[in-house]
Structures are given as structure tokens and as C-alpha cells.
Design a protein around this ligand. Structure first.
Ligand SMILES: [Zn+2]
Length: 291
């Protein structure tokens, strides 16, 4: 009985909290992954991914950030997308996800249902919580789809996170960086066995706020049970003093066996995991707005 009472209490509390629709996010992810397939930079799949993102936001304020950079496979043109929802408070909260898959130097052809797919669906669905409500009561929210997160050849400081590195440099030069209150990174959050590690490269107070948000829904057991030092799209921002929380589940399949393989497919994902991730991010934004 005690368990039932606790469950209904958490439902009652959850009614006052943002409610994210993980089933819709999963449906968008499926559509995205099925229609794009492997989508490494320069591939037809990548062009379809760009078109897919453009189509989702054709009525919104979208900035396309196109740049050319050197990689171990030569010069490449990459595309970040920044979808902007202005707020009344001075400052910006960024929610970011990469959307491409690995360059197939080692002949890996995978669709990245979880890695790059699930959080693209998550961000697209999340836009619905801001669309038509601008100016938002709190800070501006920018949904950022980064390109070139994955290494082209093998992961290093110079061969990784091309898109976020470019944005961090550009935003430092034009003054935008100073206005960013928080950088929330979503990566590999569709895993049906969700287990988000505490990233020791992220900002402790912001991760504490994420945990506070998750706890309000009763989702706390899905967060920070173990620790990791993750290198991801947040690194160029953390290096420049922006508060960051890297929300990633690096335990995808037994011993991360499905990561960067042909096994990273839609059947490994769940709507519930996307609901947990989406609820937690939306509530974190609300807590940031109240600070
Ligand atoms: Zn990856």
C-alpha cells in the first residue's frame, strides 16, 4: 500500500510539472532515422537529415551555421542548426544534440537510432513546448543541432566536436557566449535501459539541478548512479566557462556493445526513456528560469 500511495503522490506532484511526450519524440526519431539512414558528412543521408531538420522548423526562427573545416579526410563543409525561441529574461539556455553519424572510414554503416537519432527526435518534439509561447517567460531557449560531433578518423581534441567547437569560437567572438546561462547536452538518451552517468567534466551545480529536476518526477534512479569523464559537444563550452551538463548514457547494450555499430537500431529505444529525458530537461529549464 505504501508503494501505491507513493506512486499516486508522485503522479499528483507531476501534474504541476512540464510533461514531455516521449512517444511522439520516439515517432519523430523513427521517421528521422528511417528516412535518413547512415548520415555522415557529405553523404546523401546527411543531405536528407539537413532537409528533415529544415522541414521541422520552417515556421520558426532558424539560423543555419555553415562552415568549412579541415579533417583527417580533407576539407569538409558542415552545418549546425540553431532554432531560437526568445524569452523575457536576458540570457540563453542551449539544449544541444548532434544529428549526424560517423564518417565510414572503418566501413561502419549504421543508422544511429540512439546515437544522433534519439536526441534529434527529442529536440524536435521539445520545440512544441516553446512554439507559440514566445516571448517565453524565462530565458531564451535555443535548440542547437550540431554537426561533426563524431570523430572523422579517431577521437582526439582536434578530430571531434567540429560543430560545437565552431559555435563556441563564433559565439565567443560575437559576444553570444557571455549570454549563455546553461548548455544542456543530450546524447544517446533513447536507450530503453536508461542510465545517465554523472559526467565529471560537466558543471557540478548544473548537474545537481538536473538531478533535482529528475527527482521531482521520481526519475532520479535513472541519473548519476555511476560516474564518467565524457568528452562530447560540451567540451568547447566548458573550456570557455559556460555551465554545462552533458546528459549521456554511455552504457548502451551490454558493455556498450551497440554503440557505433549496426546494432544501434530503433528496437533498442523506448518512449519512456525519452519521456524521462525530456521531462528532466524541461524541468531543468524551469528551475534555471526561477534562479
Ligand atoms: Zn557517437
Amino acid at each position: 500500500m505504501a508503494a501505491v500511495a507513493a506512486a499516486s503522490l508522485s503522479c499528483a506532484r507531476a501534474e504541476n510539472l512540464p510533461q514531455f511526450d516521449g512517444a511522439r519524440a520516439l515517432a519523430i526519431t523513427r521517421q528521422y532515422v528511417d528516412s535518413t539512414g547512415p548520415r555522415w558528412i557529405g553523404s546523401p543521408g546527411h543531405a536528407r537529415a539537413e532537409a528533415f531538420i529544415r522541414a521541422q522548423f520552417r515556421h520558426d526562427d532558424v539560423e543555419e551555421d555553415t562552415f568549412t573545416t579541415n579533417t583527417p579526410a580533407g576539407s569538409m563543409t558542415m552545418h549546425n542548426f540553431i532554432v531560437k525561441f526568445p524569452g523575457k529574461k536576458d540570457g540563453i539556455i542551449v539544449v544541444a544534440s548532434h544529428y549526424e553519424t560517423n564518417y565510414p572510414l572503418r566501413n561502419i554503416h549504421y543508422v544511429g537510432a540512439n546515437d544522433g537519432g534519439s536526441t534529434t527526435g527529442l529536440l524536435i518534439e521539445m520545440a512544441d513546448h516553446f512554439r507559440g509561447k514566445t516571448p517565453l517567460d524565462g530565458y531564451s531557449v535555443w535548440l542547437v543541432f550540431t554537426d561533426g560531433e563524431e570523430a572523422i578518423k579517431s577521437w582526439s581534441d582536434s578530430d571531434s566536436v567540429y560543430g560545437s567547437k565552431h559555435l563556441a569560437e563564433k559565439w565567443q567572438a560575437d559576444g553570444t557566449l557571455r549570454r549563455i546561462k546553461a548548455f544542456l547536452l543530450a546524447d544517446m538518451l533513447g536507450d530503453r535501459d536508461l542510465d545517465v552517468q554523472r559526467d565529471m567534466n560537466s558543471t557540478p551545480w548544473l548537474e545537481d539541478l538536473v538531478l533535482q529536476a529528475a527527482t521531482q518526477y521520481g526519475w532520479q534512479s535513472y541519473f548519476f548512479q555511476t560516474r564518467t569523464y565524457d568528452e562530447d559537444d560540451h567540451i568547447p563550452f566548458i573550456k570557455r566557462g559556460v555551465p554545462c551538463a552533458d546528459l549521456i548514457d554511455l552504457n548502451y547494450g551490454y558493455d556498450n556493445a551497440w554503440w557505433h555499430t549496426a546494432d544501434d537500431t530503433m528496437d533498442k529505444l523506448s518512449a519512456k526513456s525519452l519521456t524521462i529525458a525530456g521531462d528532466t530537461i524541461l524541468e531543468t529549464i524551469r528551475l534555471l528560469d526561477e534562479r
